[in-house]
Design a protein around this ligand. Sequence first.
Ligand code: ADP
Ligand code: MG
Ligand code: MG
Length: 883
Amino acid sequence: TKWVYTFGDGKAEGAAEMRNLLGGKGANLAEMSNLGLPVPPGFTISTEVCTWYYAHGKTYPAELKGQVEAALAHIAALTGRTFGDPANPQLVSVRSGARASMPGMMDTVLNLGLNDGTVDAVAEASGDARFAYDSYRRFIQMYSNVVLDFPHHHFEEVLDAFKEEKGYTLDTDLSAADWKVIVGKYKDLVLHELGAPFPQDPHDQLWGAIGAVFSSWMNQRAIVYRRLHAIPESWGTAVNVQAMVFGNMGDTSATGVAFTRNPSTGENALYGEFLINAQGEDVVAGIRTPQNITETARIAAGSNKPSMETALPEVFTEFQRIAGVLEGHYRDMQDLEFTVERGKLWMLQTRSGKRTAKAALRIAVEMAHDGVITKEEAIARVDPAALDQLLHPMLDPKADKAVIGSGLPASPGAASGEMVFSADEAELAKTQGRKVILVRIETSPEDIHGMHAAEGILTTRGGMTSHAAVVARGMGKPCVCGAGTIRVDYANGTITSGGVTLRKGDILTIDGGTGQVIAGAVPMLQPELSGEFGTLMGWADAVRKLKVRANAETPLDARTAKSFGAEGIGLSRTEHMFFDAGRIKSVREMILADDEAGRRTALAKLLPFQRQDFVELFEIMDGLPVTIRLLDPPLHEFLPHTEAEIAEVAEALGVSPQKLAARKKEFDEFNPMLGFRGCRLAIAFPEIAEMQARAIFEAAVAAEKSTGKPVVPEVMVPLITGKREFDLVKEVIDATAKKVEEETGARLTYQVGTMIELPRAALKADEIAETAEFFSYGTNDLTQTTYGISRDDAGTFLGPYVSKGIMEVDPFVSIDVEGVGELVKIATERGRKTRPNIKLGICGEHGGDPASVAFCHEVGLDYVSCSPFRVPIARLAAAQAAL
Ligand code: ADP
Ligand code: MG
Ligand code: MG
């Protein structure tokens, strides 16, 4: 079996399509070699070895050793240096690389192959002893940390103490002799702390690192990440072993990372950072502040450090050319890693770059305009869920702002919240419903849960490609990073900048679009959507089959929904209108009245309010369809609680407070979710449905007059279990319509339909469709009743259900296709059989979830209805489903 694939010198045994076998990094290193780009030679140990390793008690296939030897010889043939040769040693890096990029895997080990002997050979060959010993100490530190599990900071403490003793401030102050002393101290430290000397045999080092990569596939961080991202364990990771090139060989050497387009804005210009005389992840680690790649970016950033364009002009030109080749080849924005060794550029990685939603839109639309990709590809390239970011508020530019510092605008959007200094605090605050800004000197993968919980993230160290910046952009969280003038004091829980000190818990605002850091809260504005947004949405609208409506009842929600492109209202919950100050008293009178007459008196007071609500909704929607659901929740939700409230209602009804309190008790329920609610209210008290129907029809007549457009209300009966319930309520509605027609002389056009939100209703859909003109799947209740899980109580046990793999995702977030989805399918089939033109939609939370929207498309529903801010998400998701 072939386990090892070589690359280098314009050829490779692998290619980009072999991602499953070679991992993302390995496949793209092979592809770049095949394209003739300068890639240091190396080889990839395939993901199949990882699978074999775990299937065979953590051992390797017998042929592997020989194949690795042969591949090392391949490197030697190309570089003229041999791995492990004391006189002329080749150093290598060992890099993990799964199919999907996966934080939590082993970190890269650089400079592998150095030992007490080879370090001097490297010093001699390079003519630079300082470089050799700097590399060696980096290697000891990295290998110990990554392979031997010995924490970084021990080494940093040794180095800091040494620098202090010598009066040095920068690493560059250390001479070759100094680094040699440090190397000695590092080795002593390892021996002392681990009880064994630092491994000297390069082959032991290599197999140690390879073993560490494969072991890291099953470490806790990797397992959690896979679970969160639905990556199967069976995929395994590959290992890449590659000849080292050195960015730390003086002033014509450098290392950097870049995007072929700006990952924040999408602007079509190289965007990145590099450091002269540095190695590996120095750029990302934020130890020194990196320099810009292009002159334009340098000027925009107001940096006084030279850009690569001026510092290394020939390298820059070559890099620009290669960036163009790679972007054109992959037909997508690329994220590049490179190193310059004594003026020679080497490419170390390429992959599709992570980007903000704003950048994703702009890049997709511009690439489609330029004919690089099709419109369909452009639609498919934007993650619908990420559109949320674009709809985030921004700071009001006219507002007063106490700016206390600034950093890099790492991820757009503005956020305010209490300052916290640790990920755990952020998470805790979130569970308590508090909004926080996570403030860190820098972040690491251990902070992800806190970044999730926070409204925004502020760091004081690191560039646009630092961990905080990359992760925040991915999450769509506002982030300001590298705010160097701000001093963070974890111990005292304060930040200080420009003479201002803020404490933990103080409100802080960050603007991820400008990089500003502001004390206190700032008024925010709704975002304006870019031209690309409209363009892509237009393309999406042209291909999607599903219509998109919104769940809205207030005028504000309805206007927002319409501005986001809603094609009607799929769910207007009338009870939301019952809580308003002017009405709740009448609602209570209605509920607590002893008899129909009493209820009718109270309902008469409510009628004008409801009618006005509907007039406004119809006018805003201006001829678009509006579905109005009759009263649904258990009545006790409206009941008076305080003594004063009880007294008030008692007086209005002319009864004693004691009597009223007793009457109120009658509404107590053991399980209100399955209690006296939905159409059961209209069955018991038809006068409620009658008042609501009257309000709807009278409003329709009025709105038709004011807008001059036909209004076709869709009246929806909730929580039915079968046809008989539906028919009883429909009779009331039809009779009321007739009366309104007689009274006003107008002709009404309307539909009466029902929610399908109980399993029985789904099963009886054929009968129900005989009289119901539309179905709207209420997937929130349908999920509760199909699973027998109360949505409000699920929080305590659903977590383990998801983490133990019983459920892939929370079924209240993304529809359970197999169970709840099956009921939707059954009801759709049976409903259509009876009434082929029945209108079918969904109005649960799922209407704004891309995976659920795809399901609705599959099943062939007519529309989805979701909350106003999710309308663009649903439009794009519907288009992607239709591609
Ligand atoms: P990650 O997946 O975390 O990005 P990489 O394997 O890409 O890890 O390695 C991180 C960095 O290490 C690279 O960006 C590059 O700067 C450096 N590096 C890796 N291999 C080599 C090499 N062969 N020569 C020089 N630098 C290397
Ligand atoms: Mg890394
Ligand atoms: Mg990398």
